[in-house]
Design a protein around this ligand. Structure first.
Ligand code: ATR
Length: 309
């Protein structure tokens, strides 16, 4: 290019955006494929400016964008983009692909849930035909539930606010035609854990102000019949009884594992994974949509680990 200008621009929009690992991860993927004409940067974009900023990016010939909190739902409302079938049903878009340049169309996709499925596969977990328990009923839960609902898995969604999980389960059942999708609160949480083959934690527990709280802390421990066990001993016993030999996935990508994963690993023999590979695979899937090339997920993972060191 001579003048040092990059002719293939990508980025992530979000608010706040300072902690995003996407620029480091995507840049590593471009570098590994020798795509030195591509650049990927983070941009702080408030919801109120989303439409204007997306149009500006299109006018500047951007090739693709990722959208993160709080813009994934908002972009659909703007009417600017053509969402694919899955992202339309999920009501959330995390990937924009600008086609046909300045006057072309903008397509929307959601790679979060497929990223979660690929992270499970990468960890050696085959989800085919498995019973999945999803904890939480927010935005992240919705796309993951929809994905596995469409895949025909039997699903139970549990949430602190039971009605929200029930409503989400009804919505997923209706949108996918899968009759094995149920929702409820935390009352029968231990039984739900026991019933499931794969457990996916999508709530904010384990992050920020909830760093020292796990889902297990919110489930009733019942009565200690012998009266000589501590609460922690009772909790460990229930974890062992309900989780032994299962896959436990916490989608939080905090490098320090969440209390939920630490407790599960300490009390039972589990296959435990955090959100790091989900972050990597949702990014790798966006990369493929934009470039048609498959990036090296391990290169992207190393870049993330390096940045967190
Ligand atoms: P996201 O887009 O990350 O999924 P969200 O849509 O705000 O975020 O959803 C947050 C989820 O975390 C919800 O399932 C929420 O439960 P409620 O519906 O009962 O609010 C859950 N959550 C947040 N704080 C929680 C807490 N202290 N205990 C249990 N669940 C919590």
């Amino acid at each position: 290019m001579g003048n040092g200008m990059k002719n293939c621009k990508f980025g992530v929009f979000g608010y706040p955006i300072t902690h995003s690992l996407s620029p480091i991860m995507q840049t590593a993927a471009f570098d590994a494929l020798g795509m030195s004409n591509c650049e990927y940067k983070a941009y702080a974009v408030e919801p109120g400016n989303l439409m204007e900023e997306v149009l500006k990016a299109q006018a500047e010939n951007f090739c693709g964008l990722n959208l993160t909190i709080p813009l994934k739902e908002k972009i659909i409302e703007t009417g600017l983009i053509i969402p694919d079938d899955f992202s339309k049903k999920a009501g959330a878009v995390n990937t924009l692909h600008f086609k046909g340049g300045k006057d072309g169309e903008i397509y929307g996709y959601n790679t979060d849930a497929k990223g979660a499925a690929k992270a499970l596969e990468y960890a050696g977990c085959d989800t085919f035909g498995k019973k999945i328990l999803i904890i939480g009923a927010g935005g992240a839960s919705k796309s993951i539930s929809l994905y596995f609902g469409e895949a025909g898995n039997s699903l139970k969604i549990i949430n602190r606010t039971a009605e929200k999980a029930q409503r989400l389960a009804e919505e997923i059942a209706e949108k996918t035609g899968n009759v094995n999708v149920f929702g409820g609160g935390f009352e029968s949480g231990w039984d739900d854990l026991k019933e499931a083959d794969v457990i996916i934690q999508t709530t904010e527990l384990g992050m920020g102000k909830y760093e020292d709280v796990s889902v297990f802390d919110q489930l009733s421990l019942g009565k200690d019949e012998t009266n000589n066990k501590t609460k922690d001993e009772m909790k460990d016993e229930l974890i062992r009884e309900c989780l032994e030999n299962k896959t436990v996935f916490d989608i939080v990508y905090n490098p320090e594992e969440t209390k939920f994963l630490r407790e599960a690993k300490a009390a039972a023999n589990v296959r435990a994974l955090n959100g790091m590979m989900m972050l990597v695979f949702q990014g790798a899937l966006s990369f493929e949509i934009w470039t048609g090339k498959k990036p090296d997920a391990n290169v992207m993972k190393e870049a993330v680990l390096e940045a967190l060191r």
